[in-house]
Design a protein around this ligand. Structure first.
Ligand SMILES: Cc1cc2nc3c(=O)[nH]c(=O)nc-3n(C[C@H](O)[C@H](O)[C@H](O)COP(=O)(O)OP(=O)(O)OC[C@H]3O[C@@H](n4cnc5c(N)ncnc54)[C@H](O)[C@@H]3O)c2cc1C
Length: 321
């Protein structure tokens, strides 16, 4: 089967990728967004209160609006996991995924951040068998169950509060002495009677054969080990850029984030990057959306220059450090 040709391929369907896709499609480019899911991180939060013009919205609803708006202008969307970006001798690119490949003039990488793992025994074996990374995705998993949330940041505290409305009880396991979540988020959590917080606790092992039965922790102050019974464990210890598949062809920083210039250009002409996966300091929905728009507009300049039409610059590429 012939490889399908695009002018713009966006990898990632979160706030940055869906915005990039919409902007590229509105410029008339044949554009596809390839993503593992719709909405990325924003889709995992039930309340977004800081997106300008919208006082309150469920994150998934907001992301669905992004997608619908892009599709209105011809943006295509495909579910897949991209595994390779291969530069071609003529300056174009092949993007390979689990279900096939596409060819493109321009690539916009917007694949954001992925859940950080605990890296303890039992985690891999019980992943999906009571050990989960998305607290709002599968409510039936925790209805009337004993639940543990590992983490003490805003995501963990927000997750614990939400889960406590359906779960039997929720235990929050925090590595340090203090929770690092925003004060207002912690305050909302403390109003829930069925949440118990354990501090100074280091996760040792996820226990269970076919399904999670307990989490083994080390109390770092007393050096005692305790197995806390649980039917469901949510890991909410933050996110990291999983950019391993592009690190040999693009410049990344020590945290794996893709280095970009002021207009989302990467170290390789024709490849742009936007949102949380990049070295931008602040990670927020509105910022990712803005970065996605910038990346698409810069890609437009690149394509115009390449085709000899008006506009365009000739200095794409972040300077090597
Ligand atoms: C729980 C939580 C609450 C938050 N609350 C707020 C808030 O209230 N307000 C706010 O402004 N920000 C909030 N944020 C931050 C905000 O959600 C992010 O900064 C923003 O959504 C990032 O968008 P992004 O498109 O850059 O990346 P992401 O949202 O991470 O999207 C990346 C996309 O790429 C896809 N992907 C990854 N790898 C591949 C691959 N190899 N192949 C194909 N697809 C891939 C993913 O499936 C995903 O769709 C919150 C984040 C979390 C986790």
């Amino acid at each position: 089967m012939a490889t399908e040709q695009y002018e713009v391929v966006v990898v990632g369907g979160g706030a940055s990728g869906l915005t990039a896709g919409m902007f590229a499609a509105r410029r008339g480019y044949k554009t596809i967004v390839i993503s593992q899911d719709v909405g990325g991180q924003a889709a995992t939060t039930p309340d977004i209160e800081n997106y300008p013009g919208i006082e309150f919205i469920d994150g998934l609803d907001l992301m669905k609006k992004f997608k619908t708006q892009g599709e209105k202008y011809g943006m295509q969307f495909r579910f897949d996991t991209v595994t390779a970006l291969e530069p071609q001798p003529d300056g174009t690119y092949i993007i390979k995924g689990a279900t096939g490949e596409v060819a493109t003039q321009v690539v916009i990488l917007a694949f954001g951040l992925s859940h950080r793992h605990l890296n303890v025994p039992g985690e891999e074996k019980l992943n999906g068998k009571g050990l989960l990374y998305c607290s709002i995705c599968e409510p039936h998993f925790y209805q009337d169950r004993k639940v543990i949330v590992v983490g003490g940041g805003s995501s963990a505290v927000q997750a614990a509060t939400t889960l406590s409305h359906l779960a039997k009880d929720v235990t929050v396991i925090n590595m340090g002495e203090h929770l690092t979540a925003e004060a207002i988020t912690v305050q909302r959590m403390t109003q829930r009677p069925n949440i118990h917080v354990v501090v100074n606790a280091q996760t040792q092992e996820v226990l269970g054969d076919d399904h999670v039965t307990a989490l083994s922790i080390l109390h770092t102050d007393t050096k005692q080990v305790e197995d806390i019974p649980a039917e469901v464990i949510f890991v909410e210890i933050g996110y990291m850029a999983k950019a391993g598949w592009v690190k040999d062809i693009l410049e990344t920083d020590p945290r794996g984030q893709i280095k970009i210039g002021p207009n989302c250009e990467t170290s390789r002409p024709g490849v742009f990057a936007a949102g949380d996966v990049t070295t931008i300091t602040f990670k927020q929905v509105v910022i990712s959306a803005g970065e996605g728009a910038k990346a698409a507009l810069e890609a437009d300049q690149y394509l115009l220059a390449k085709s000899g039409k008006r506009g365009g610059r000739i200095d794409w590429g972040v300077k090597k450090t």
